[in-house]
Write a protein that binds this ligand. Structure first.
Ligand code: SF4
Ligand code: SF4
Length: 274
């Protein structure tokens, strides 16, 4: 792969965990449905090295699910620094699980990885208490170590990326993919999953819930489940086309106009282990 020219892109991300200890209604990675598992470093390293031979992101985000549930988290932080030392590297977390990874804050400072903490609900008191407690510990560590942190408080309102729930979930199909793409909040979130490059998380992770809910037997989902991501061996012209594509027919699965969930969080907080 060494003969390929590196293509600079603004943004790239990868879920290193599919599981999450929160169940936010409207999660665009479908982690609210109790998806299990993390991406073992032995697999994820190969994916990232392959794509680092093709892409140079201005920002590279590691997220999930909840990335702190991945026992290989530290390896990912070090690898991202090695592959893209000049990029802004971000760990996006719900902030509740740093106790599972002693030494995390030191490594964030050492690898110059920014920590983005997402806040998800004002309504759920149990969650808010737990969040505040975790945030204080993070701020204490930040004062000592000086790593960068962004507190994401604006994204707590989740919009619907499909109609219905669970086995009853259906694509919007508002017949206006351009409007859906223009309204989309995931349009710049191209993501690495199973070693391939996907347009966005809702397409990438649809496969993780299709068997559970029998979505492959639902006619309306078939065009979206048929989406084909790019392999890291893709010719350069095709890769460039991918980043210039903008609205595509698959965007028809998303709403042309955003509708927000009334309840941002369904509080089914588990132990923090997946
Ligand atoms: S914290 Fe909520 S939005 Fe984030 S991955 Fe977990 S379920 Fe999804
Ligand atoms: S399919 Fe298109 S509109 Fe829907 S989330 Fe992906 S990029 Fe956005």
């Amino acid at each position: 792969m060494s003969d390929w020219r590196l293509i600079s892109i603004p943004f790239l991300e990868m879920d290193i965990a599919y599981a999450c200890d929160l169940h936010c209604q409207g999660c665009s990675h479908y982690s609210n449905y109790g998806i299990k598992g993390t991406v073992p470093f032995a697999e994820g390293e190969v994916w990232l090295r392959d794509w680092a031979a093709r892409l140079k992101p201005g920002t590279f985000s590691m997220l999930g699910g909840e990335p702190a549930l991945n026992p290989d988290l530290f390896d990912y932080l070090r690898l991202a620094q090695e592959l893209w030392p000049d990029s802004t590297r971000i760990l996006i977390s719900n902030g509740l699980n740093h106790h599972l990874r002693p030494g995390l804050f030191d490594l964030l400072a050492e690898t110059k990885t920014r920590l983005d903490i997402s806040f998800h609900s004002h309504q759920d008191k149990q969650y808010v208490e737990r969040f505040n407690e975790a945030l204080i510990a993070i701020e204490v560590a930040r004062a000592r170590l000086g790593f960068d942190m962004v507190l994401r408080t604006k994204e707590y309102r989740f919009h619907r990326i499909y109609q219905g729930e669970g086995a009853g979930m259906r694509p919007f199909e508002d017949q206006d993919p351009v409007a859906s793409w223009k309204a989309c909040q995931n349009s710049s979130c191209c993501t690495i999953h199973q070693g391939m490059l996907w347009k966005c998380p809702p397409l990438a992770y649809l496969g993780l819930i299709k068997d559970r809910f029998g979505l492959d037997r639902v006619e309306a989902w078939k065009p979206y489940l048929a989406y084909r991501p790019l392999a890291p061996t893709v010719p350069e012209e095709e890769l460039v086309r991918f980043f210039l594509a903008g609205a595509e027919s698959v965007c028809g699965m998303c709403p042309a106009k955003l509708e927000f969930h009334e309840q941002g969080l369904i509080s089914k907080q588990r132990s923090g282990k997946d």
